[in-house]
Ligand binder design. Structure first.
Ligand SMILES: Cc1cc2nc3c(=O)[nH]c(=O)nc-3n(C[C@H](O)[C@H](O)[C@H](O)COP(=O)(O)O)c2cc1C
Length: 192
């Protein structure tokens, strides 16, 4: 019942605290390429390998994913911050095919564009769609994975792009990671 739910701004404020890996989801149908920046991406199962992605029905890529039944999830590195902003519509007037003028794009098994130096690209054939309110959940079977480049993942947390910082755990002699927005230079200086 919609009357029982919390106000959207409260929900958004709380969700800003969930750090998420940043991806670009791409698709192609009849030669028309499209893509958007997305964090609503999740591993669904390993056998078969499946991902789910949540795409707003108002986004340009939505109907093309539906028609083409393909998508590629490209995991971004810190160096891809400007590319993430470009595919999130933060560069005015840069839409559709124009977005692919930045970055090097190839294809894997499907025709969905794969970013050449993404940390990983998951090429998917869409098997199921679930429509819920403003979004569609696309469930894709992963037909090819490309692990291309080393690097640190690009995250989004608290309304900003962020990176990871390794936190050493002396007792266990292991390392865990946390979100940091401190620039790399300052981090190095502090350690020295
Ligand atoms: C960090 C970040 C994460 C986003 N995650 C999603 C997402 O998971 N699903 C979605 O539909 N839009 C998401 N968006 C919004 C789309 O990237 C944005 O609305 C984009 O402009 C849609 O493409 P269009 O301009 O071609 O319609 C996200 C934006 C940002 C900045």
């Amino acid at each position: 019942m919609s009357g029982d739910v919390v106000p959207a701004d409260v929900f958004k404020l709380a969700m800003r605290r969930l750090a998420a890996g940043v991806t670009i989801i791409t698709t192609c149908h009849d030669g028309e390429r499209c893509g958007l920046t997305a964090t609503a991406v999740c591993s669904l199962s390993a056998d078969p390998p499946q991902l789910l992605v949540c795409v707003n029905r108002s986004s340009q890529a939505h109907d093309i994913i539906k028609r083409g039944a393909n998508l590629c999830v490209n995991l971004l590195a810190r160096r891809h911050k400007a590319l993430a902003a470009r595919f999130a519509g933060q560069k005015k007037g840069v839409v559709g095919e124009e977005r692919f003028r930045a970055g090097k794009w190839t294809t894997l098994k499907t025709t969905a564009p794969a970013l050449d130096d993404a940390l990983a690209s998951f090429d998917c054939v869409v098997r199921e769609t679930v429509e819920s309110s403003t979004h569609t959940i696309f469930i894709g079977n992963v037909v090819e994975v490309r692990l291309r480049a080393e690097g640190h993942p690009l995250l989004y947390a608290g309304g900003s792009y962020a990176g990871l910082q390794v936190i050493a755990d002396r007792r266990k002699r292991t390392a865990v990671t946390a979100v940091t927005r401190r620039p790399a230079k300052r981090r190095r200086a502090k350690r020295a």
